[in-house]
Write a protein of this length. Structure first.
Length: 1120
């Protein structure tokens, strides 16, 4: 909305007496154009509202704000401790409002509300709800609608949302849709949160060393079900698994765990006992049904982290963005187990603490209410823990310096320091406003109540002890979940006997624990008004322990500051460096800037579930049950898995009613749970059938109307069993993509492919780089550019990947978040976007096929037709590169993986690029994963080939010919061959070897970990090639100590020679066979080559060598 039109709109609302809307508009203008320009307007609106009986809430404590609401039970329990909250009854709402006189009306997307009296009344915009809204509008009480069911139920509650002054949503991706549909900008992000009074780290059970899943099984969510199946297949091998079935004993097949789950089911849990699942286990499982939203995910994530439980979860983009690595996230059970195994006791406790701190700092319902109050009521206070006043004794200037250093290192914002000077000394440092020095006589006479506010807390610091940065912060945050008058360390570290020890093991988060006095805080409300600073200091110093709420043992060590090895102290007690996700303040601020969608589907015609039910009429089929539930068409099927049926509408629909410019544009909105498609059958004027088309649901579909078509009949194609609810058939296309894409770094890796758990090999060397960057403390975002209609997200080995098209890439770069883009396999489509951002630094890694002319891969073409096609494509490709590189854009740099390949590229394009415009940096090899163990000479008899079979580039046919040549030798059966891989050429290429008993053939993909494990059992790697810019898989095998047998072509001689392997000539299968024979016949040569191969990789292309060279390209302060 243009600023000028906002000014006019604000003035118009004021003149109509809509002071609340005018106030909101003037506040927005003040924020964007300056407070001085609109201060008088804001003040005038506030005065008019006060004149009408509205309270000024800007300076009120949150708990004093009066909020009338319609909420489901659990939401009510979460907000009730934070304000003066009244749950409305539909039949008594107006009387309740009159008596209560709320400051704000808050309605959520409630299914049942108070005492289940609001069932279907919120989404249906009932008369009772309309009356409540009318009452609020007449009295200028601001109205808030929170759709916690977005994005799934966006349409369900859209009509309701239109009636409110302010709209909040759990899904940032819905904000642009709301703004377009509602016609205003009063739409904000409000995610789920944690209520510390309900979900907190206070230990109440003895935790089982096991996984717990408390929830339901949903047939209608196949992705969620598949993830759970994967977890059940892998997690129990690490720790026991126990399942509390929400629908235990109910017998509904749509919600019933299959028989294979029965050994893990231990019963059910009523709602009021959910704590047993949250706090009774070491690990808890979360399953998200919504995985692609950037902010919406299961609320139990907040609750579990607040309960101090290690949380493992299937992938969710929102979980990853908001919590980073604080939640162990993957759809792959074996990947989760691998990550959990890396945690020792201390690292696990630090992970739990970091997650707890994140939730208590940013994600409580007090924080959420504060957001609502700021946006709606102009609330100006802050959600902050209480002030902590630290008292410390210092017997010397040196001790004073120590104490001040401890204090100033603290992350806690609301803190003050009182130092009591024992003996006569003068402070050597200038005092800040929050530091006070008293001599002993002053301390003895100074009342604490005269210098410390009643709501503050008092704590000690000792010059000799060590205090980590979050020592005070964690104490302060504990006041949000504990009612105790004393909070501190009962389990803690201490320096003694020349090392760090843990004392009080098992006392962390105990409710009534013996706290170490020197590492505790006490509430001012628990102290006498007559107590002086000196006397309290003496009491606390003389009293070694006090009873209260224990917290974690970290960020503190007794005598740690005087330790002879302070680094050892810091390593044990300081927080671990863990990616904790985006700041919620930044996220909410970014969400406010999201513009309205350029077009919104609310304006498009649609047929509701009711209309579709009328169109089809009764359905008579023994395996199908069709009903109308809440305006949605519900279809239940008991068909066998492989069986399908068609169901058609009773009437035909005239084409003239449906078509726009000769095309049929549709989108069928259906819930997951049933394999269903929708069908259009086209008929001529004489009712003769012309053709048909079948569409998938939940996608934009477009089809050209066949010539001569006069009408169409709609149908369902239903396959297998399950249940779905059809919300509507929309006549037009929806805006399916996100209006705003979030990220976590200022560096973006852009690539054409990236590995997934279903496709392990796609650009695996790019993934190796990204993992190396992360290991060295540099985070990058990853974008995989593909011709897709909807942007999506996935995780692979703890790396998040965004997949989208050119529009999505432009949207991402337009956020101005990124300073450097790191490109692998640059395409013209990528550059078309990148060149629009001339201020971006761009580094392009060149690998091979993306820049090579056709003749470099002539071996791939089977006939003249394929070759001619390749020549045409080559001409376009080379034209692109020549145009790009001459002249080189100022913001562009190149990286080649080998010197040979760089020279080949210069030859192919016909010129050299400037020397300062490119670098030679090899692909990194993970020598920790592909570790070297000295090979036994017997392993020379074991030959391994792990290769793709996607093209002739990999020369697997030469491997076959070499083995066939060796089969003529008398010692052939003494050698074992293992051929592993996959691809379109697999069966055809390996067919000649299937007759040999000593040749093992396995068609499968392997993870890097599996490959590394197999390397341990073999001594020779057979890796012929026709083209390689480096040869990563060969280098990995060499790193493991396998002797490489390859061809002296392309860049291969740059990475191996006769000192560490065998090089045959190009296309020389006999040379490969001779190489294997030579190594087989000489155990000593095998041993020497094996050791030399491992050493060569570590010297030339090991990850620890290469990563610093790459980081120096795009990370400040790093030099190769």
């Amino acid at each position: 909305m243009q600023k000028q039109s906002m000014v006019r709109l604000a003035a118009a609302e004021f003149s109509r007496g809509n002071y609340l809307k005018a106030l909101d508009l003037y506040r927005g203008l003040s924020k964007s154009l300056g407070d001085k320009n609109f201060h008088a307007n804001v003040l005038l609106c506030e005065r008019r509202l006060l004149r009408q009986g509205r309270r000024d809430c800007s300076q009120l404590p949150l708990k004093s704000i009066k909020m009338a609401c319609v909420m489901d039970e659990f939401t009510f329990q979460c907000y009730e401790p934070e304000c003066d909250l009244l749950a409305l009854s539909p039949d008594m709402a107006l009387a309740e409002l009159e008596a209560f006189q709320p400051d704000v009306l808050f309605i959520e997307s409630a299914w049942r509300g108070k005492d289940e009296l609001w069932h279907r009344k919120v989404g249906g915009l009932s008369q009772e709800l309309r009356a409540v809204l009318r009452w609020s509008k007449e009295r200028q009480v601001p109205t808030v609608f929170w759709n916690k069911e977005d994005p799934v139920h966006f349409e369900t509650f859209l009509a309701t949302a239109r009636e409110f002054d302010f709209v909040f949503t759990t899904d940032i991706d819905c904000i642009s849709r709301y703004k377009a549909a509602l016609g205003h900008d009063r739409v904000f992000l409000l995610p789920f949160a944690c209520q510390p009074k309900l979900h907190n780290p206070i230990e109440t059970y003895s935790r089982k060393d096991a996984f717990c899943f408390a929830g339901a099984y949903y047939v209608r969510y196949p992705d969620r079900t598949r993830d759970l199946e994967n977890y059940v297949a892998h997690l129990p091998s690490f720790k026991p698994l126990e399942i509390f079935d929400r629908n235990f004993g109910k017998g509904d097949s749509n919600y019933q765990f299959p028989p294979e789950y029965q050994p893990y089911i231990v019963g059910t849990l009523p709602f009021n006992e959910i704590d047993k699942a949250y706090k009774g286990y070491r690990y808890s499982i979360n399953l998200n049904s919504i995985k692609q939203s950037q902010t919406m995910f299961a609320r139990r994530v907040f609750e579990l982290l607040g309960s101090n439980t290690i949380t493992v979860s299937n992938f969710s983009r929102g979980v990853r963005l908001l919590f980073g690595d604080l939640v162990v996230t993957s759809d792959n059970g074996s990947e989760l187990v691998a990550r959990l195994k890396l945690m020792d006791w201390e690292s696990e406790q630090k992970q739990r603490l970091a997650a707890l701190r994140k939730v208590m700092q940013e994600h409580t319902y007090a924080h959420r209410l504060g957001v609502v109050a700021r946006k709606v009521l102009g609330w100006k206070l802050r959600n902050e823990p209480p002030e902590i006043v630290v008292v410390a004794a210092a017997a010397s200037a040196e001790e004073y310096i120590q104490v001040v250093r401890h204090f100033r290192s603290q992350q806690c914002q609301r803190k003050r320091l009182i130092v009591v000077a024992r003996n006569a000394w003068t402070p050597v440092d200038a005092l800040s406003n929050d530091e006070l020095v008293l001599d002993e006589s002053e301390a003895v006479n100074l009342l604490i109540s005269s210098v410390v506010e009643s709501g503050a807390w008092l704590g000690l610091m000792n010059a000799a002890d060590y205090y980590g940065p979050n020592y005070l912060q964690d104490m302060a945050l504990a006041t949000t979940y504990s009612d105790a008058d004393a909070i501190g360390k009962a389990e803690y570290y201490l320096w003694t006997d020349g090392r760090v020890h843990l004392a009080g093991a098992g006392q962390a988060y105990a409710k009534k624990a013996p706290l170490l006095s020197r590492a505790s805080i006490v509430s001012m409300s628990s102290l006498s008004d007559e107590l002086t600073v000196g006397r309290w200091l003496q009491q606390m110093t003389n009293q070694s322990t006090l009873t209260g709420q224990a917290i974690d043992p970290f960020n503190y060590c007794v005598n740690g500051d005087n330790a002879s090895n302070r680094d050892a102290v810091c390593a044990r007690v300081n927080d671990a460096k863990i990616d904790s996700g985006l700041s919620i303040d930044d996220l909410i601020r970014d969400a406010e800037q999201i513009p309205a969608d350029e077009y919104h589907e609310a304006a498009l015609p649609r047929w509701s579930g009711s209309r579709l039910a009328q169109l089809f009429g009764p359905v008579n089929h023994p395996a199908l049950l069709v009903s109308l539930i809440g305006g949605e068409l519900c279809i239940e099927s008991t068909l066998a898995d492989e069986k399908h049926e068609y169901v058609y509408s009773r009437d035909e629909i005239p084409i003239a009613e449906l078509v726009s410019e000769g095309r049929l544009l549709t989108h069928l909105d259906a819930s997951p749970g049933l394999d269903i498609q929708y069908v259009f059958v086209f008929y001529k004027e004489n009712k003769e059938r012309l053709s048909h088309v079948i569409h998938s649901v939940n996608r934009n579909q477009s089809v050209a109307i066949p010539e001569g078509a006069a009408s169409a009949r709609l149908g369902w194609r239903i396959r297998g069993g399950g249940e779905t609810r059809i919300r509507c058939l929309q006549w037009g296309h929806r805006s399916l993509d996100q209006a705003y894409l979030l990220g976590r770094s200022d560096k973006l890796v852009l690539t054409n492919h990236y590995p997934s758990y279903d496709n392990l090999y796609r650009n695996g060397f790019v993934h190796t780089r990204v993992k190396s960057y992360l290991d060295h403390g540099t985070q990058v975002d990853v974008f995989r550019m593909q011709p897709v209609s909807v942007t999506s997200f996935h995780e692979f080995q703890n790396v998040d990947v965004t997949t989208g098209d050119e529009k999505a890439l432009e949207k991402l770069l337009s956020t101005k978040r990124y300073r450097h883009v790191l490109v692998h396999f640059l395409t013209p489509e990528m550059w078309a976007v990148l060149q629009r951002f001339s201020d971006l630094k761009v580094t392009v890694w060149i690998h091979g096929s993306e820049i090579q002319p056709w003749y470099r891969r002539d071996y791939n073409y089977q006939n003249d037709q394929e070759r001619a096609k390749a020549m045409r494509e080559s001409e376009v490709r080379m034209e692109f590169w020549r145009g790009l590189l001459q002249p080189m854009p100022a913001n562009l740099k190149l990286v080649f993986v080998s010197r040979y390949f760089a020279e080949e590229v210069f030859e192919d394009v016909g010129f050299r690029v400037p020397e300062d415009s490119y670098k030679i940096i090899h692909n990194p090899i993970d020598t920790e994963l592909f570790s070297y163990q000295e090979k036994h000479t017997d392993q020379r008899r074991r030959v391994l080939s792990i290769r793709p079979y996607a093209s002739r580039k990999y020369a697997n046919d030469l491997s076959v010919k070499a083995i066939l040549k060796l089969s003529e030798k008398p010692y052939f059966n003494d050698i074992e061959f293992c051929m592993i891989g996959d691809g379109k050429l697999f069966d055809e290429t390996l067919a000649p070897l299937r007759k040999f008993r000593n040749v093992k053939i396995e068609r499968r993909f392997l993870t890097h970990g599996e490959i590394a494990a197999i390397h341990k059992d073999y001594g020779i790697c057979l890796t012929p090639t026709r083209m390689d810019a480096q040869g990563v898989s060969r280098d990995e095998a060499m790193a493991s100590g396998l002797v490489p047998i390859s061809n002296a072509v392309a860049a291969i001689p740059e990475f191996m020679d006769e000192s560490c392997g065998i090089l045959a000539d190009s296309e020389d299968a006999e040379g490969l066979a001779a190489g294997i024979e030579a190594v087989y016949k000489s155990p000593s040569r095998f041993a020497a080559l094996s050791a030399a191969a491992a050493a060569r990789v570590r010297r030339q292309s090991a990850k620890h060598v290469v990563v610093w060279q790459e980081l120096a390209l795009f990370t400040e302060g790093i030099h190769a």
